[in-house]
Design a binder for this molecule. Structure first.
Ligand SMILES: Nc1nc2c(ncn2[C@@H]2O[C@H](COP(=O)(O)OP(=O)(O)OP(=O)(O)O)[C@@H](O)[C@H]2O)c(=O)[nH]1
Length: 423
């Protein structure tokens, strides 16, 4: 009995010792695996990169890098490179990798600009087509002395054909009749004098012809002049904007051009070319972007950089399309959140004759046109639209386009214009 009892005690002790040893081993193993986990967590990821604070920045070109000592020179490991330089040695950063040279683009050549003064005189010959109607026909008729009713009818027809319109033609013929009977005209030189007087008087206006494109002071701060250029398709808006920029730059003014014609990418490219030629900045949007937003950005840029003038070229739009005209109104309203629009130039193509007048009426209603630019006067015998537009709208013709050349833009001066018409 006692030996059975003794055996029982020995077995119990052995089992207890075995349990104790196993427990100790398990506890130790657990502790090691926990420590190992912490080690993994604390190891910074990505080698030397430790994103504890913000991104550390350093000025370019000043930091030192051991990379210079690496055997490879072109960024690729060379033979034996692995053996010579351990994989975990400092890596080259983006700053150290030399980029291939960008293909050198020829710097745009800034052109010399012809002085604007006396341009009308220089461009007089360009009005030759208009002159052939006015000068030759009218002077021939009037210089012949006493005119019968048929001759007066011819005078009237000549004026109508040159796009002076019915109302203006009647006024001019009435004035001519008065003057001729009062002065007893006998030669074509005298006739020319009378005609010159009457036509010039017909073109006179009390409105200011100067283009409001110079900066002014608002609340003690220089504010650029904001000029909006509008009109139907193809009248010469972009060309005029470019030509006007040249005039300003020639007078040492700084200019921002806004390419708010977002329908045609080519229009913005065209404006950009004009800008490069005079050294002006262009603000343009993506094709199809909101033109009002581009115009706004251009004016903001001009205000922020303190330039003298911001010229905004808008997309061509038919005056008969209400949606497009509304959009133009929006362009002006949005720009005016940034700065007052000082000048709204309506560009009319002189070769379109009477239709130009219709366009002018609608545009004037939508955006308060302040000045007319009559383009392509070099290519028409119908310069007479100048008379009508001004009389009907009470808006002065400020500039005339007399060719496709960069400096073929002249100020509108009634006396010089009539001189050019009569030859
Ligand atoms: N002869 C002549 N051509 C001109 C004159 N002004 C502009 N042009 C030409 O007219 C064409 C149209 O000119 P643009 O400036 O592109 O006209 P736009 O109004 O901006 O055109 P859209 O943006 O399509 O509405 C171009 O070939 C110009 O060279 C001018 O005074 N005389």
């Amino acid at each position: 009995m006692s030996s059975t009892w003794f055996l029982f005690v020995v077995v119990a002790v052995v089992v207890l010792v075995a349990i104790l040893v196993t427990g100790l081993l398990v506890a130790r193993k657990r502790r090691i695996s926990l420590d190992a986990k912490r080690e993994v967590e604390e190891k910074p990821k990505g080698g030397s990169y430790a994103a504890s604070g913000g991104i550390a920045l350093a000025p370019g070109g000043t930091a030192e890098h051991p990379v210079e000592d690496r055997p490879e020179t072109d960024g690729q490991p060379a033979v034996g490179d692995d053996a010579a330089v351990p994989r975990d040695s400092a890596q080259r950063t983006v700053r150290d990798v030399k980029l291939p040279e960008a293909p050198s683009e020829a710097a745009p050549v800034v052109e010399e600009i012809e002085p604007a003064t006396g341009r009308m005189e220089r461009l007089r010959g360009r009005l030759s087509k208009s002159r052939s109607v006015f000068g030759t026909s009218l002077l021939g008729l009037l210089g012949a002395g006493d005119l019968d009713e048929d001759s007066w009818q011819d005078v009237e027809d000549t004026l109508l054909m040159a796009d002076l319109g019915a109302a203006t033609t009647t006024q001019i013929v009435d004035r001519l009749r008065d003057e001729l009977s009062r002065r007893a005209i006998r030669s074509s030189a005298e006739a020319r004098e009378v005609l010159h007087e009457v036509l010039t008087a017909q073109l006179s206006t009390d409105s200011e012809r100067a283009v409001r494109a110079l900066p002014h002071i608002v609340d003690g701060q220089k504010q650029p002049a904001v000029v909006l250029v509008a009109g139907v398709n193809g009248t010469g808006k972009t060309t005029t904007t470019g030509k006007l920029a040249r005039v300003l730059v020639a007078q040492e003014k700084t200019v921002v051009l806004g390419a708010a014609d977002t329908f045609r990418a080519a229009a913005a490219d065209q404006l950009q070319t004009w800008a490069e030629r005079v050294g002006a900045e262009v603000v343009r949007g993506k094709e199809g972007a909101d033109p009002a937003a581009v115009a706004f950005d251009a004016v903001k840029r001009g205000v922020d950089t303190g330039v003298d003038a911001v010229l905004v070229d808008t997309a061509g739009r038919l005056h008969t399309k209400t949606g497009l005209m509304d959009e133009l109104g929006k362009v002006k309203r949005v720009v005016e959140k940034q700065a007052k629009v000082d000048e709204v130039l309506l560009v009319l193509d002189a070769t379109t004759g009477q239709n130009g007048l219709m366009q002018a009426r609608v545009f004037a209603e939508v955006i308060d046109v302040t000045g007319i630019v009559l383009t392509k006067l070099d290519g028409t015998a119908k310069g007479g639209i100048v008379f009508q537009v001004q009389k009907e709208l009470g808006v002065p013709v400020k500039l005339v386009g007399l060719g496709e050349g960069p400096d073929d833009l002249a100020p509108f001066e009634p006396g010089a214009f009539v001189d050019a018409l009569l030859g």
